[in-house]
Design a protein around this ligand. Structure first.
Ligand SMILES: Cc1cc2nc3c(=O)[nH]c(=O)nc-3n(C[C@H](O)[C@H](O)[C@H](O)COP(=O)(O)O)c2cc1C
Length: 200
């Protein structure tokens, strides 16, 4: 699996073993933030599992490993790799190539984002928040932040289970990153999360 390559415009991700990983109580006991990342890349199978754990589809009706209010599914997961910027395509369990440029340095304001192999960027699409909150920015912010928290914790637990390290980042220059990512007006960066192997 580790020789599979990330390619533009689309990389189909390998299937996920839903029986794998360590017992939940052990993963909870190991969950922590850490920042001493090595630059060693993640193989595609690990990226596949990471994204599925984060908020992959886990039921035939298209619902996901992380809940969202009203099932809005408003949080998109972008991923910055050395190879470029990609968007997780939940339906096809694939990576869509977005920009063929290394944007890792912009994923946060701490130096490790630049060399760590993976930064996830959680982006809320406010257009998905419909109904009575369609014109309520405060509630859009509130639900986007809440729904991102569940995804982030899934990432923390997957990392604990897989022996990876991670830290979620609120200190992000959102305006600058949004420009680098060519995001649309209705797309709002909530948090980033760096993932990688621990520097030995
Ligand atoms: C919403 C949120 C934003 C955070 N932002 C940052 C950040 O920008 N940089 C950082 O190094 N850690 C950040 N953290 C990690 C916290 O510092 C960390 O979770 C806290 O110190 C507790 O440590 P633990 O996660 O190991 O339990 C953030 C955590 C949360 C929940």
């Amino acid at each position: 699996m580790s020789d599979l390559k990330i390619t533009f415009p689309l990389t189909k991700l390998p299937d996920v073993d839903r029986e794998g990983g360590m017992p939940l109580m052990k993963a909870l006991a190991n969950r922590k933030s850490a920042r001493n990342f090595s630059s060693k890349p993640l193989d595609l199978k690990t990226i596949s599992e990471l994204l599925w754990a984060a908020s992959g589809i886990n039921r035939p009706d298209g619902r996901r490993t992380a809940p969202t209010a009203v099932n809005w599914q408003e949080i998109d997961i972008y991923i910055t790799l050395k190879e470029g910027l990609f968007l997780y395509d939940h339906k096809n369990h694939a990576l869509k190539g977005i920009i063929e440029k290394d944007l890792r340095a912009h994923a946060g304001r701490q130096h490790f984002t630049e060399t760590a192999p993976v930064n996830l960027i959680f982006v809320s699409n406010y257009n998905n928040i419909t109904g009575k909150y369609a014109d309520n920015i405060e509630m859009k912010k509130f639900y986007s932040a809440t729904d991102t928290g569940f995804i982030s914790q899934n990432v923390y637990l997957y990392c604990a289970s897989r022996g990876l390290i991670t830290v979620v980042l609120g200190i992000v220059d959102r305006d600058e990153l949004k420009k680098h990512m060519n995001l649309a007006d209705q797309q709002h960066i909530v948090l980033s999360q760096t993932v990688g192997w621990e520097e030995p």
